[in-house]
Design a protein around this ligand. Structure first.
Ligand SMILES: Cc1ncc(COP(=O)(O)O)c(C=O)c1O
Length: 446
């Protein structure tokens, strides 16, 4: 904890407000340790129960985390400020930034021509009473999902995959409920689960998706929801295989007490087939986002699912944000209807695959086994994340530390390959090999 930040207050509300303000202003940085309950209580002259209530409230809102002997700390990315996580400082000037997990902008389809066409034939603005899901978009989305074997269900539109996941968790779970999430898994999902006051249960992942024994253990531990990334899993690149899908479907068959959420964020950008789990449980939802093929700024995902689940999400949206702008829906419809855009997305997918496979091969030549079956990231296990990230930074490469994505999984770094060139592969693999196998410091032999 910052030596200068003085915690204060005599009630739980005052103490938690003081900590929140410290986090907001940056005086308490992500990862900062807070004093033990009894020590702070003695300092402030209040009972330990008062401090415990303040910590508890901040934990439920995802600002703090308590982890055994590590004590209570500020979460890496607390949901009260837009600050970058201390775990991911901005890259040094001149460094190549492979830490962002974003598609290469040069490979996104240009939006200009479709925006111009939309502008030319847009009529009067849609009114409150007419707005909602655009039937033509629903039809095209259904046809695409149907071709991938996703069962026809009810359909609605959300502001991206994560917005859909938030609405689904909010519709089915209450604070304190447990959610099974992939470990390692998407950092934003871990942040969201914490911010909703839900309890994450990590499910180990291999190249074929969430491991069956891990899902079974999460169910036995009382998970009320399970979130599975269909393909291009972030950070490992894993993709649910046919065999894994069959085994998971058998495990989940007919469950009435579990909400199954599938996140197909890579969608048309994935070069591996989709093996959906959709429909295995009574409550299910399948999300297809357009962020990876068309760019994250479009903020749109299609959500299909069982009747109750979709009605809850659509109904809650109606009484809040209302709907996803039909201007945006029309743009996505235009992109999905243009064969030239399909071709650009296909070429982008091919290019990501070449970069990923190229890096995996170059790492294998150094005797390193990394992961990246699909998507835009490669996951490389390392003995020590901090020293690996530092060594790579010194060599001019910024990568993301695995700590952002892990619960109990082993240390690693995530390397986003989307912007790599062929002649980057050899020097990058050499730098990664050095970071993963650091030369031991001189001294007594062990
Ligand atoms: C696993 C996963 N799901 C979804 C998304 C995209 O979500 P959204 O549609 O909210 O942009 C990402 C983006 O990196 C992701 O890694």
């Amino acid at each position: 904890m910052s030596a200068r930040y003085q915690l204060s207050g005599t009630t739980a509300v005052e103490i938690s407000a003081g900590i929140e303000s410290g986090i907001r202003t940056g005086a308490l940085s992500p990862g900062a340790a807070l004093p033990p309950v009894r020590a702070l209580a003695a300092d402030l002259g209040v009972s330990p129960a008062t401090v415990a209530r303040a910590y508890q409230e901040l934990r439920q809102r995802g600002l703090l985390v308590t982890a055994g002997r590590l004590g209570t700390r500020v979460r890496p990315r607390p949901p009260v400020a837009a600050r970058r996580s201390a775990l991911r400082p901005p890259p040094l000037p001149g460094a190549r930034d492979l830490s962002r997990g974003e598609p290469d902008r040069r490979l996104l389809p240009p939006l200009g021509p479709h925006l111009a066409a939309l502008a030319a034939d847009t009529g009067p603005s849609v009114s409150y009473s007419d707005a909602g899901v655009l039937p033509e978009l629903a039809e095209v989305a259904r046809a695409r999902l149907d071709a991938d074997g996703v069962p026809a269900g009810e359909l609605t539109i959300t502001g991206g995959a994560l917005d859909g996941i938030e609405r689904l968790l909010g519709a089915h779970l209450r604070p304190g409920d447990a959610v099974a999430v992939e470990d390692p898994g998407w950092a934003n999902l871990l942040d969201l689960v914490a911010a909703l006051g839900l309890r994450p249960i990590g499910v180990p992942v291999d190249d074929e998706g969430p491991m069956v024994a891990g899902v079974a253990a999460a169910l036995a531990a009382g998970a009320r929801a399970l979130v599975v990334t269909s393909r291009a899993q972030n950070p490992t690149g894993s993709a649910v295989s046919a065999e894994r899908a069959e085994a998971l479907r058998a495990l989940l068959a007919g469950r009435r007490d579990l909400l199954l959420i599938e996140d197909d964020h890579a969608a048309e950008l994935a070069r591996v087939p989709l093996y959906p789990l959709a429909g295995a449980t009574a409550s299910w939802a399948f999300l297809r986002s357009v962020s990876k093929p068309f760019g994250p700024d479009l903020r749109l995902a299609v959500l299909v699912g069982d009747e109750t689940t979709v009605a809850r999400v659509a109904g809650r949206t109606r009484v809040g944000a209302g709907w996803v702008s039909t201007v945006l829906q029309r743009l996505v419809l235009a992109l999905w209807s243009d064969p030239a855009v399909d071709e650009l997305v296909r070429r982008a997918a091919q290019s990501y695959e070449q970069r990923r496979d190229g890096l995996l091969t170059a790492l294998a030549e150094h005797g390193l086994r990394a992961h990246g079956r699909s998507g835009i990231n490669v996951w490389l296990p390392v003995p020590d994340e901090t020293s690996a990230v530092t060594a790579l930074r010194d060599a001019g490469w910024a990568v993301a530390p695995g700590a952002l994505y892990r619960i109990a999984a082993a240390p690693a770094v995530r390397v986003t390959v989307s912007s790599l060139h062929a002649d980057d592969l050899a020097p990058l693999a050499a730098a990664l090999a050095h970071a993963a196998n650091p030369t031991p410091p001189p001294g007594f032999p062990t």
